[in-house]
Write a protein that binds this ligand. Structure first.
Ligand code: NAP
Ligand code: HSE
Length: 430
């Protein structure tokens, strides 16, 4: 029998209790998993199960140290504080540790991995990336023999939910409120919207896939705060949708780690991922492109992954946090975002006057940026004097685009701030 202590009884914790209460005694070929202790902030809060069945701890760290559990599950959240203290206490007390907390692992995964190795314990973290989507297990097991080349993921359910609700005509604010009501968003949804949550996740996946130490500080991060209904509609007219992508890829100068919104051709694999779904294209040298998708947030979806880790530990499976022992991970150089090359979409709101397009294209020419196509649209708001220019470029570096945008801004012809967004290259998303 495997005894489990659960710290945190919110969206995910309640989902896990429900799952283990229904399945704990039955699955894993006779392996029994039982909850023995629980902890949350408020003992008297109403919960959808009776906490009196389990030993209650006001202090999650005390539960990590002294409960009779074999596995300590942390579902509190936060990169430090009580979550980190409890994680350390559990491993030091020779308990296996399971968490859905990507912020905790992205900041402290190296230390916790070493601690787990010293105590011959496992850390389960499937739920921390993509919730129900089994990507950690896939990379740690089935794909592990490959040399990883590229990971392109939709790794934040809240952002994907918002972007696809905007496609249906909803405002950003309404869509965010709906994501919060469903329990998808972080306690502070800024972590979702800013891209930080996806950055936590891609930093963890890159360490696993490329056998490198964690490097959260190397992730370039841009979120979706400036993606409006107007912009989504405008790109849709030209055959694209917008998704927040988390990317880790081997490039000639090392590894590129980044999170940013991207245009995808409507109908392509990642473009078809809608709502709270997450997806990842893993590209390896022998497997080619593997596409995995599943619900990336929500109580039950996340509990499914947490429980999978618990049963895996119950069956005796022990693998280091990042696939290899910490001492065998080796650092790679990182390629700055400025040097990353891709096609771009640029949108300028300008007065409809002679010579405007010529001025903009002269700047692009001077910055070495080649245009693939250009469209003018004055229909959006019926203002005959102002028009939108939609430019699609061939491959250009971030540094060249930044320079061009700065020079175009100085021309004094823009009616509002320019909008620039990368386009995912077709061969990355066949
Ligand atoms: P949540 O609904 O806000 O629940 C947090 C829980 O932690 C609550 O039960 C709270 O107690 C408890 N807590 C807070 N401070 C505590 C303390 N000092 N000691 C003990 N317990 C404490 O959060 P959640 O959505 O379940 O998320 C939990 C973790 O899973 C986070 O790391 C999150 O990033 C991750 N995650 C969430 C999802 C998702 O879809 N929600 C998906 C994947 C991963 P009270 O109930 O008494 O207030
Ligand atoms: N807030 C996160 C998301 C939860 O929306 O993806 C899952 O990690």
């Amino acid at each position: 029998m495997t005894r489990v202590a659960i710290a945190g009884l919110g969206t995910v914790g309640c989902g896990l209790v429900s799952l283990l209460e229904q399945r704990g005694g039955q699955v894993a070929r006779g392996e029994r998993v039982e909850i023995v202790a629980v902890s949350a902030r408020d003992k008297n809060k109403h919960r959808p199960f009776s906490t009196s069945r389990y030993e209650w701890y006001d202090d999650a760290v005390a539960m990590a140290r002294s409960s009779s559990a074999d596995v300590f599950v942390e579902l509190i959240g936060g990169e430090d504080g009580i979550a980190l203290s409890a994680a350390r206490a559990a491993l030091e007390s020779d308990k296996d540790f399971v968490t859905a907390n990507k912020a905790l692992l992205a900041h402290n995964g190296g230390e916790l991995a070493r601690l787990a190795e010293q105590h011959s314990r496992s850390i389960g973290w499937e739920a921390a990336v993509g919730a129900a989507m089994p990507i950690v297990a896939a990379i740690r097991h089935s794909l592990f023999a490959n040399r990883s080349e590229r990971l392109i993921g939709i790794l934040n359910g809240t952002c994907n939910y918002i972007l696809t609700r905007i496609e249906d005509g909803e405002s950003f604010e309404t869509a965010l409120a709906a994501a919060q009501a469903q329990g998808y968003a972080e306690a502070d949804p800024h972590a979702d919207i800013s891209g930080l949550d996806a950055a936590h996740k891609i930093s963890l996946l890159s360490a696993l896939a490329f056998s490198t130490p964690l490097a959260l500080e190397q992730v370039s991060v841009e979120g979706i705060a400036n993606i409006t209904l107007d912009k989504v509609r405008a790109v849709a007219r030209n055959g694209y949708c917008i998704r927040l992508l988390a990317i880790c890829e081997a490039v000639p100068d090392g590894l590129s780690l980044r999170v940013h919104p991207c245009l995808l051709p409507i109908g392509s694999r990642l473009a078809n991922v809608s709502g709270v779904c997450n997806a990842l294209i893993y590209q390896g040298d022998f497997c080619g492109q593997v596409f995995i998708s599943g619900d990336g947030a929500g109580g039950n979806a996340t509990a499914s992954a947490v429980a999978g880790d618990i049963f895996s530990i119950a069956r005796g499976r022990k693998i280091p946090l990042f696939g290899l022992p910490s001492a065998n991970l080796s650092a790679l150089p990182f390629c700055p975002l400025q040097d990353i090359i891709s096609p771009w979409h640029l949108n300028f709101r300008v007065r409809d006057q002679v010579g405007i397009v010529a001025s903009i294209s002269a700047v692009l020419r001077d910055c070495g940026i080649s245009l693939a196509s250009i469209l003018q649209d004055g229909s959006a708001d019926g203002d005959a004097d102002n028009v939108s220019l939609f430019l699609y470029t061939h491959r250009a570096s971030t540094i060249a685009i930044d320079r061009a945008l700065s020079l175009i801004d100085k021309l004094g012809i823009l009616q509002s701030a320019a909008f620039a967004i990368r386009i995912l290259e077709m061969n990355e998303d066949k």
